[in-house]
Design a protein around this ligand. Sequence first.
Ligand SMILES: [Zn+2]
Length: 348
Amino acid sequence: MSIRFMSLVALLLVLALVAGCEAAGSTAPSVPTASPVPTTVPPAATAVLATSEPAATATARVPTVVPPTVVGAAALGEAPAPGDAVIWYLGNCGYAVRTQSHFLVFDYQQRYDGPEAKPRPAQPSLEKGFVVPGQLADLRVRVFVSHQHTDHYDPSIFTWQQTVSDIAYFLGWQARETDDPAFHFLVGPRAAWQSSDMEVYTINSHHSDVPEVAYLVKVDGLVIYHNGDYQGDFRQDYPFLQEISAQIDLAFAPNDYDEQSPYYFPQNVDLFQRFAHRAIFPMHDSAERGHYADFARVYLARLPGLPIHYPQHIGERFLFQDGRIVVGGPAAATTWFKTYGGRQEDVG
Ligand SMILES: [Zn+2]
């Protein structure tokens, strides 16, 4: 009897214990638990920076990655801080520069990337090298054209006016007769245009019988130089621009890297030596052909330490932050070029 009774007690105890465990288990999720506080940058963000940024600056602001379905300026992420910029390569001499409160487009066209055709994607976007005016509708868009040759100028830019309410055009020649205040024809020589938030200066030349300009633009804490096909009296014109600014934050220069060339090579050398540069980009070639790497190699061999960055594909995006490029271009290009200055293949 007693053994049977004790067995029953033992069985009840076991059942009670099991029930207790289940009860405790079922209530566990309702007990608040401390979430681990993230102390490191998420892997995805690190990967973005790692494309060209050493670990020491991993605290840099990480650009927002926005899905392509988002429309309007929101698709481009946060506006840069004063003095910072986001830059897109749009083929041949086409570059777009987003600054704190402006969106600048230089020598945009839809047909060429140097001698190659510019491929038109099924869904055009800045990341594919195409301006989609809907993405810029609520931005202050300023469009610059150096001259009328079709590898620099595409009248499709004028259709953007239907979508973008705050847009202005700067052209280096009298492209049309119009009373539209959005148009500015900086015929020059050495034209200057100023508003409360932007200054534009030009220097002039001619080739193939068309007038053309190079632009110096001061906007949102940045100084930007875009050469177009300017090939003028640079020994007179660059000192003139130097009086306006001794420093150029973003320079876009023609891809002439033949040291025997009488054309852009001596002009570029003078430009690179005369001004203090923060980022230099080659243009007027094809990103896919790899000649932009030759530009970097040749100029860096002559002028070590130049902050040259170059696109490897149409639509490539660069982030200019705190005075230097932190995202975009070949991986670790900045470090490599400053220390070595050799060919890209040499470093794998
Ligand atoms: Zn050209």
